[in-house]
Design a protein around this ligand. Structure first.
Ligand code: G3P
Length: 217
């Protein structure tokens, strides 16, 4: 299972990269706005910086919702760097755009996926990644993990090459459960990734080892 970071914050991306386990980055318009990035040039420049920082796929989301505009915008985004993956919303024009980009060999990430039917359409249209939003389903008392299990079964049944990219991760247990299901990628903010490190017995054991180590010299 690959680890992507879900942020446009360069400091967080750098910190995850320094851990040595980072395989990619996902962003969305909300995450870009949070960093104060606005306007075509600034957006382009920010993606260039992320691509220089990380060796791996970087999802860049289109802001348009009509087929023609998504194609124009997606092609511009894809021209920024070979690692850019064009992120397309799961709407009717989005499915058409996924197919267009797939036919052209441009990789895509189908976002805002909340049902198995949507994930099936994304795979049929040739999306490279499908992003089911785990936390947002949990937020409305719906079982996000069971959706991801369903997508895994469907994709395995037909050997679809679309990778399941579990998104909207809120805590370390989401990451563990996704690994148990066998998703291909999780994308998470920095904190849930760092929280995987924590265990009180590790801290207690290390304190004991360090204390005993002083007796050895
Ligand atoms: O990037 C898409 C997704 O990960 C958003 O997560 O926390 O806003 O539901 P969240």
């Amino acid at each position: 299972m690959k680890f992507f970071i879900d942020t446009a914050n360069l400091k967080h991306i750098g910190e995850a990269k320094d851990l040595g386990i980072l395989a990619g980055v996902t962003t969305n318009p909300s995450l870009m706005a949070k960093e104060g990035i606005s306007g075509d040039e600034a957006i382009r420049g920010h993606y260039e910086k992320i691509c220089q920082l990380v060796e791996g796929d970087v999802s860049a989301e289109v802001l348009s919702v009509s087929y023609g505009d998504m194609i124009k915008e997606g092609e511009k985004l894809a021209s920024i760097h070979p690692n850019i993956v064009v992120k397309i919303p799961m709407i009717k024009d989005g499915v058409k755009a996924l197919k267009y980009f797939s036919d052209k060999g441009i990789r895509t990430n189908c976002t805002l996926v909340f049902s198995a039917g949507q994930a099936l359409l994304a795979a049929k249209a040739g999306a490279r990644y499908v992003s089911p939003f785990l936390g947002r389903l949990d937020d409305i008392s719906t079982d996000g993990l069971s959706l991801i299990e369903d997508i895994r079964i469907i994709y395995d049944n037909y050997l679809y090459e679309t990778e399941i990219l579990a998104a909207s991760i809120r805590h370390p247990m989401h990451i563990i459960e996704c690994a148990k299901i066998g998703v291909d990628v999780i994308t998470s903010p920095l904190t849930p990734i760092l929280n995987l490190l924590n265990h009180p017995l590790t801290e207690k054991g290390l304190a004991q080892f360090l204390s005993d180590a002083k007796k050895l010299s």
